[in-house]
Design a protein around this ligand. Structure first.
Ligand SMILES: NC(=O)c1ccc[n+]([C@@H]2O[C@H](COP(=O)([O-])OP(=O)(O)OC[C@H]3O[C@@H](n4cnc5c(N)ncnc54)[C@H](OP(=O)(O)O)[C@@H]3O)[C@@H](O)[C@H]2O)c1
Length: 299
């Protein structure tokens, strides 16, 4: 089968499309014929070798942590999903014609393949962050980095829960933040003052999805620093803010919530699609750090 791969850590130029062995669904997994697969910053961090802790690459490297497709193999112990079902969700090495998923939900018929493919990681991460912060009706939350893959989904899910959402982005994305229901502010120096100006009632929670604002600044915006949570920075010093890297929620339930929101149009994921053969162009956009919505590959 055709797959995106690399034989050495490096820049986008190491990526090639070539033949790879077909994966098979293990216990609790399904295999899908991939219709579309989302791109995430983790893909280029993996390909650049940032996750290898100096160890050399063993065998061809593969990318992709989410996909949407048609189930063609069901692993032992899986119930409620059958061959032929349309699903989307989370897995590994999904930038290929076939991929194994370990958490998934049914794809609503009205939701485009590319949208579903790009929703998996963002939905799971956004719901995890909002749940850990207890964001719900009546909360006021800042999503720092609200126009990106995770950010735009977090903004819309928080809005759908009845929260007041302040979100930061660059100049070009201020209108987009308004479109998805947030009170927009510019990120960078002076962020806390700008947030206070649009939310004088104060913040109940801060969700940092960009990893750019200093942890002490994030902590200063809430009464209790533990009400600031980051998904994207690891050196938090003694700021008291929290980090989530995964594992705290039921991923399939989160994906099912995402599917419901996509179907009801309470969640809209903007996608830009690229054929697998032009993956490098998509990866270069991802590495620029200024993505609006999601980049999606079509095998
Ligand atoms: N811990 C986890 O479980 C987890 C899960 C998923 C992702 N992540 C990490 O979370 C980060 C975001 O992922 P993503 O997929 O949302 O990335 P993305 O789609 O590339 O979005 C990045 C966003 O960051 C914004 N941004 C750039 N500079 C900023 C600044 N100084 N202040 C605030 N925002 C800024 C950009 O806004 P403009 O375009 O307006 O400049 C852009 O919308 C990545 O580091 C990723 O690896 C972690």
């Amino acid at each position: 089968m055709k797959a995106l791969q690399f034989s050495a850590y490096g820049g986008p130029e190491v990526l090639t499309v070539g033949d790879a062995p077909e994966p098979h669904a293990g216990p609790g997994q399904v295999r899908v014929q991939v219709r579309a697969a989302g791109l995430n910053p983790l893909d280029w961090k993996l390909r650049a070798g940032y996750l290898s802790q100096g160890a050399p690459l063993e065998g061809p490297g593969r990318t992709g942590f989410e996909a949407a497709g048609v189930v063609d193999e069901v692993g032992e112990g899986v119930t409620g999903t059958a061959i032929g079902d349309d699903v989307f969700g989370l897995g590994n090495a999904t930038h290929a014609e076939l991929a194994v998923l370990d958490a998934w939900a049914a794809k609503p018929a009205s939701v485009d393949w590319a949208v579903a493919a790009g929703a998996g990681v963002a939905v799971e991460t956004a719901i995890r962050g909002l749940d850990l912060l207890g964001v719900g009706r009546g909360s006021t939350v800042l999503v720092d980095g609200g126009a990106g893959g995770v950010g735009a989904v977090a903004v819309q899910i928080a809005v759908s829960r009845g929260a007041t959402v302040v979100a930061s982005a660059g100049e070009a994305n201020q209108g987009y933040l308004t479109e998805i229901g947030a009170l927009p502010v510019l990120y960078g120096e002076g962020l806390a003052e700008r947030v206070r100006a649009v939310a004088p009632q104060g913040l109940d929670a801060v969700l940092d999805v960009a990893g750019k604002t200093p942890p002490t600044t994030l902590a200063s915006m809430v009464a209790d620093p533990a009400q600031a949570l980051t998904i994207a920075q690891f050196d938090l010093g003694d700021s008291g803010i929290r980090l989530t890297t995964g594992g705290e929620i039921d991923r399939a339930a989160a994906l099912a919530e995402g599917a419901r929101l996509l179907q009801s149009n309470d969640l809209v994921v903007k996608v830009q699609t690229f054929p697998l053969e032009r993956a490098r162009e998509a990866v270069e956009i991802s590495e620029s750090g200024h993505v609006r919505g999601k980049l999606v590959l079509l095998p």
